[in-house]
Design a protein around this ligand. Structure first.
Ligand SMILES: CC(C)(COP(=O)(O)OP(=O)(O)OC[C@H]1O[C@@H](n2cnc3c(N)ncnc32)[C@H](O)[C@@H]1OP(=O)(O)O)[C@@H](O)C(=O)NCCC(=O)NCCS
Length: 147
């Protein structure tokens, strides 16, 4: 059994979080992006840590005084379907609400069934299709949830 706990992202997590992002996300990101996102709104960047290292993370930003956005969410493959994605999202919704945000938005690949189910369960709804949003040409759904 792996004991996990949720906490804020710190700069020393960068290496592990970047590695997890490379393993789990199809887009490639500049490592500097991770620290600049988290420093602009520290409460919006979260990790799930464990005795076996970081198992999941979420990076989010504030797009305006009333809107926040989930930029990246990933859970390590060996510990999926155990509620970590839900836990990170719920905390992000709480932090967004505390900040005065009234709507949370995100983009997700049209064929990402796992993520679509997760977001649907949490009350997100599709508001727009964005053609060719991803580098490989796949469309995205923009989803939103009111707080
Ligand atoms: C999407 C992702 C973050 C889900 O994380 P997770 O910790 O496994 O999700 P949870 O355990 O909280 O699952 C919550 C619900 O999401 C849905 N879900 C999660 N994984 C699923 C899967 N493989 N197939 C179908 N539905 C799935 C289910 O409805 C699930 O509830 P249930 O287990 O009671 O049926 C994870 O699969 C992941 O990291 N994927 C790769 C990266 C990615 O796609 N990130 C999102 C980019 S927008």
């Amino acid at each position: 059994m792996v004991l996990v706990y949720l906490r804020g992202f710190s700069e020393s997590d960068l290496g592990s979080v970047y590695e997890l992002a490379c393993k789990t996300l199809s887009e490639r990101y500049d490592p500097n992006m991770f620290t600049s996102i988290s420093s602009s709104w520290p409460e919006g960047s979260l990790v799930v840590d464990s005795s076996h290292g970081i198992k999941a993370f979420l990076l989010g930003s504030l797009s305006s005084s009333v809107q926040s956005r989930v930029l990246m969410l990933a859970v390590s493959e060996d510990i999926r379907r155990r509620g970590l994605g839900t836990m990170l999202m719920r905390r992000f919704l709480e932090e967004s609400y505390k900040k005065g945000t009234r709507v949370v938005s995100l983009e997700v690949r049209r064929n990402n069934r796992a993520a679509l189910n997760l977001y649907n369960k949490l009350g997100f709804r599709i508001v727009e299709v964005i053609p060719h949003y991803y580098n490989d040409g796949e469309d995205a759904y923009r989803m939103q949830r009111w707080l």
